[in-house]
Design a protein around this ligand. Structure first.
Ligand code: NAI
Length: 303
C-alpha cells in the first residue's frame, strides 16, 4: 500500500515547527499541495512572524513539492477564514485540515489567571473550530474531507498544572465525536492524534536521550493514515517513538438499581457500578442511550 495525496490540498495549522512541520512535509512528499499555517509566536502564544511558515514552504519546494505560507492566527475569525480562502484561491480545493496549532500557559489552577485559561481555549478549541467551520461546506460539496484534531494525554488523562490545556484538548475529542456523525454522509472523516514528541513544548521536560527517541517524525505516520482515503472515523491514535495505540472512552456494564435508588444504594453498589469486566465503547450518544435501555430490562437490584 502506498498512500498518496496527488491532486489533494491540505492545510496544516501550526506547521512552522515541531509536529506540524513534519506533518506538512510528509503530506507534501506524498503529493499533497500544502498550506503551511503558523503564527510564528512563542510557546505561550505571544508574538508572531510568518518566517516559520515560509521556511517550511521553502523546505517543501526544495524537494519539488507545492506549498504556500499563511501567517494568520487560527484563533482569529478573519484569519481562519482567510486561511481557507487562500487554500481555495491557490489550489482550487481543500481536502484535509490537520488542526495542530497550540500553545501552553501552564500553572496550577489556584495560580492560573482566567486570561491564561481563555487564551489556551481560544487557540486549541476555537483555533480548530474556526478553520474547520470555514472549510466545512467546501468539503461537503466535494464529498470528500479529512479532519485531524490534536488532542493530548493531558486531555485524556490529566496533568498537574494543565487544567486549561486539558480542558481544551478533551474538548477537541468532543468536537470530533459529534462532527464525525455530521460528516459521515458526505465522506468527511474526523479523527484525533494524541502525540508524544520532542518539540519546543516538551524539550525542557525530558533528558536528551529520551528526546532523541521521540522525534516528531515518529508521530506523523499516524496523522497521514488518518487523512488518507482509507482512514477510519472518530478514532484517537496515540503515537510516539514508533509506538501506536488507540484510545477510547469505555463504560462499564452497570447495574439497574431501580427508581428506588438512593445515594446509599449507589454507595453500597459502587464496586459493581465501576466493574469494567465487560466494557463497552459507544459510537454515539444514541448508542449510549440504547445501553441504558438495555439495563432497564434487568431486574432492579434495589427497589
Ligand atoms: P510547537 O510549539 O513546536 O508547535 C505549535 C505550533 O503552533 C507553533 O509553531 C506555533 O507557532 C503554532 N501556533 C501557536 N498558536 C497559533 C495560532 N494561534 N495560529 C497559528 N499557529 C499557532 O509544539 P508541538 O509539540 O509541535 O505541538 C503541536 C501540537 O501537538 C499542539 O497542539 C500540542 O498541544 C500538541 N501536543 C504535543 C505534544 C508533544 O509531546 N509535543 C503532546 C500532546 C499534544
Amino acid at each position: 500500500m502506498s498512500i498518496r495525496f496527488d491532486g489533494k490540498v491540505a492545510i496544516v495549522t501550526g506547521a512552522g515547527g515541531g509536529l506540524g512541520r513534519c506533518h506538512a512535509l510528509e503530506l507534501a512528499r506524498r503529493g499533497a499541495k500544502v498550506v503551511v499555517n503558523d503564527l510564528g509566536g512563542a510557546v505561550d502564544g505571544t508574538g508572531g512572524s510568518s518566517a516559520a511558515a515560509e521556511s517550511v514552504v521553502a523546505e517543501i519546494k526544495a524537494f519539488g513539492g507545492q506549498a504556500i505560507a499563511n501567517g494568520a492566527s487560527v484563533a482569529d475569525d478573519a484569519g481562519a477564514k482567510h486561511l481557507v480562502e487562500q487554500a481555495m484561491d491557490a489550489f482550487g480545493r481543500l481536502d484535509i485540515i490537520v488542526a495542530n496549532a497550540g500553545i501552553l500557559r501552564d500553572k496550577s489552577f489556584g495560580k492560573m489567571e482566567l486570561k491564561d485559561f481563555e487564551a489556551v481555549m481560544a487557540v486549541h478549541v476555537m483555533g480548530t473550530v474556526k478553520p474547520v467551520k470555514a472549510a466545512w461546506q467546501i468539503m461537503r460539496d466535494q464529498q470528500h474531507g479529512r479532519v485531524v484534531v490534536t488532542t493530548s494525554s493531558t486531555g485524556l488523562y490529566g496533568n498537574f498544572g494543565q487544567t486549561n490545556y486539558g480542558t481544551a484538548k478533551l474538548g477537541l475529542v468532543g468536537f470530533m465525536n459529534s462532527l464525525k456523525l455530521e460528516g459521515a454522509k458526505d465522506n468527511i472523516k474526523v479523527n484525533a492524534i494524541c502525540p508524544v514528541a520532542a518539540t519546543r513544548m516538551t524539550e525542557n521536560l525530558l533528558p536528551p536521550n529520551v528526546l532523541e527517541m521521540i522525534k516528531p517524525e515518529y508521530v506523523t505516520p499516524a496523522v497521514v493514515f488518518l487523512v488518507s482515503d482509507e482512514a477510519p472515523t472518530g478514532v484517537v491514535i496515540s503515537a510516539g517513538a514508533g509506538v501506536f495505540s488507540s484510545a477510547q472512552i469505555f463504560e462499564s456494564k452497570g447495574i439497574n438499581l431501580g427508581h428506588a435508588a438512593t445515594a446509599d444504594t449507589v454507595a453500597e453498589n459502587w464496586a459493581k457500578i465501576a466493574d469494567f469486566a465487560e466494557p463497552t465503547h459507544f459510537f454515539s450518544g444514541n448508542d449510549h442511550a440504547g445501553h441504558l435501555m438495555a439495563r432497564l430490562g434487568d431486574k432492579p437490584v434495589a427497589g
